[in-house]
Design a binder for this molecule. Structure first.
Ligand code: IPM
Ligand code: MG
Length: 354
């Protein structure tokens, strides 16, 4: 039986994960797929229960399952605890332990939501960008790192490193992704300042030679941020480092009007993956039953496509989401004139249209 580890996490994580599990159960009923969904705690919730944000049993479950569905981690009550016990560390730990080096973050706009963006509808309508972010290297993991006192004052330091093979493998993911889309890759770096970026650019060019049908361009990160809000539709696939990708993907998500709509996939070399909404744990609305479950439900669609190779089921979930929006249903984060619906009402709608 295929197994999906469900890690609901903190804040609104459990609320959105619950709806995604209902969708998986509905798929089981309809397609006889037999997905099992064992659950384990992660993040602050796990710290409260077991004294660690990524308990060994949770990591073991994630390792033995075929895919992982994560809600969200973090919250103000865990901000003051020791750095290695903070919920965010669990996220970085699981990415590294499962070798999830390729983070795919689509920024696509459902036509029903063009009005929800802060940018003019004509700038964002039809938007379809895929950000491919390197996820297990760069300054997030480079050594040495730390806080020290030197010459009588405190100093903080981190190290940005990329090896050739790390750049090469994320490059291949970007080019292969582009082959299935508009066949354009924009590699984002800071090669005018950073030696690491010089290498990054050189390797991207070399990988690109293996994909003659894909057009490769390069952009500095500062310009890329500017272009992303000026004329976002110029991008197809964007490939970049861990930190630049973190920043660019948040900016890209807002083009679509709501971060509550965006799914993501973090993949290893073999297609195993962890799938999660791009939004965080939103502690301010936790427990109210008003969170938008669509990003998590769309993450299940990405999982069906990438890990389980079930593109028809993936498409049926995406269509069910589009039809739910078409019927006028909106959670509070995406409502313009509509009366907001609840998290479970949105889940009900998607399931009824599957
Ligand atoms: C993300 C988040 C994480 C990151 C944090 C929570 C560690 O911002 O997934 O984009 O920086 O990668
Ligand atoms: Mg981020």
């Amino acid at each position: 039986m295929p197994k999906i580890a469900i890690l609901p996490g903190d804040g609104i994580g459990p609320e959105v994960a619950e709806q995604a599990v209902r969708v998986i159960e509905a798929i089981n009923a309809k397609h006889n797929t037999g997905f099992e969904c064992p659950t384990a705690p992660m993040g602050g919730t796990a710290y409260d229960l077991h004294g660690h944000p990524l308990p060994p049993a949770t990591l073991a479950l994630a390792q033995e399952c075929d895919a992982v569905l994560l809600g969200a981690v973090g919250g103000p009550q865990w901000e003051a605890i020791k750095r290695e016990h903070r919920p965010e560390r669990a996220l970085l730990g699981i990415r590294k332990a499962l070798n999830l080096f390729a983070n795919l973050r689509p920024a696509t706009l459902f036509p029903q939501l063009a009005e929800a963006s802060t940018l003019k509808p004509e700038v964002v309508s039809g938007l379809d960008i895929m950000i491919v972010r390197e996820l297990t290297g760069g300054i997030y993991f480079g050594q040495p790192r730390g806080l020290e006192t030197r010459d009588g004052e405190r100093m903080g330091f981190n190290t940005l490193t990329y090896t050739e093979s790390e750049i090469r493998r994320i490059g291949h993911v970007a080019f292969r992704t582009a082959l299935l889309r508009d066949k354009r890759v924009c590699s984002v770096d800071k090669a005018n300042v950073l030696e690491v970026s010089e290498l990054w650019r050189e390797i991207m060019i070399s990988v690109g030679e293996e994909y003659p049908e894909v057009e490769l361009s390069h952009m500095y990160i500062d310009n890329a941020c500017m272009q992303l809000v000026r004329a976002p539709k110029q991008f197809d696939v964007v490939v970049t480092t861990n930190l630049f990708g973190d920043i660019l993907s948040d900016a890209a998500s807002m083009l679509t009007g709501s971060i509550g709509m965006l799914p993501s996939a973090s993949l290893d070399q073999n297609g195993k993956g962890m799938y999660e909404p791009v939004h965080g744990s939103a502690p301010d609305i936790q427990g109210q039953g008003i969170a938008n479950p669509l990003a998590t439900i769309l993450s299940v669609a990405m999982m069906m496509r990438s890990t389980f190779k079930l593109p028809e089921i993936a498409a049926s979930i995406e269509n069910a989401v589009a039809e739910s929006l078409e019927s006028g249903l909106r959670t509070a984060d995406i409502a313009t004139s509509q009366t907001p619906c609840s998290t479970s009402e949105m889940g009900d709608a998607v399931i009824s249209k599957l």
